[in-house]
Design a protein around this ligand. Sequence first.
Ligand code: SAM
Length: 270
Amino acid sequence: MIIKNFKKHYPLKKYGQNFLINKNIIQDIIKIINPKKTQILVEIGPGLAALTKPICQLLEKLIVIEIDLSLLDLLKKRSFYSKLVVFHQNVLNFNFIDLFCKKNQLIRIFGNLPYNISTSLIIFLLKQITVIQDMNFMLQKEVAERLIAIPGNKSYGRLSIICQYYCNVKILLNVIPEYFRPIPKVHSVFINLTPHHISPYFVYDIKILCYITKNAFQNRRKTVRNSLKKFFSERRLIQLDIDPNLRAENISIAQYCRLSNYLYKKLNNS
Ligand code: SAM
C-alpha cells in the first residue's frame, strides 16, 4: 500500500479523485500498458503519481494533463519531475491532434479516469481517434459494460455503438473499491480500447449515425417503426432488412450503419 503521498492531499470529489494505492494492481496495469521508450504516452490525471512514477521511468518523457494545481505542486517536488511534460488544464479542452502534428507519431493515452467525466471524455477522445494508437483506462464497471455491450444486452446503447464503431474494446482487469483511497462506491475495471486496423463498419457520415441512434434510443421501449418513422417508412426498413417491430436495443451496429448510409445517400441525392 502506498499511502504516504495520500496524506499530503485532501482528495477532491469534484475532480473524481480516488487514488490507486495497491502496488500489485499498479504492476498489472504497467504490464498491460507496456510502454516503450520511443512511444508518445499521455496520462490523464496523474494525481499523486501512482502510475506516473513507474511509467515515466520507462520513457524519455511522459506527457501528463492534470486539472488540479495543488496536485501539480506536489508533483513538482518529486524526483522524477524532470521526466514529465506537464499540462495544467482540463483534458476536455486538450487538442490531441495538435500534439500528433508536433510529434508526428500516434499517441497512447492512459489513466485512472475521473469517473465523473469518463463518458464525456471517451466521446471526446473518439472524435480524435485518428491520432490515437490506443487507450488504457480505469473506469467504473457500469460504464465499461456499456462500452462492450452487444445488441439485446440492457447496457447496449449509443455509447456501445459509437465506441465499437471505432475501437476494439476489452476488459482486462476487475478492480475492487478497496484498492483506491478514498474507497469509491462502485466497482472498477481496467480496459483497453484499440482503434480497428480494418474497421468492420463503415458510414459515409458519422454525424448521421449519431443522429439516428439518438432518435432510436430516446425512447428505448418504442419499436423502430415508431422511433425512426421520420426517417424511414416501414417498407423502407423491411427493404433494408430491418424488422420494424424491433426496439433500438435489438438493432446491430451494422444495421445502424446501413440505415445511416441509406439516409446519407437520400440526403445527398435530393
Ligand atoms: N492517476 C492517479 C491515480 O491513479 O491514483 C489519480 C487518478 S484520480 C481517479 C483522477 C485524476 O484526474 C485526479 O488527479 C484529478 O485531479 C484529475 N482530473 C479530474 N478531472 C480532470 C480533468 N477534467 N482534466 C484533467 N485532469 C482531471
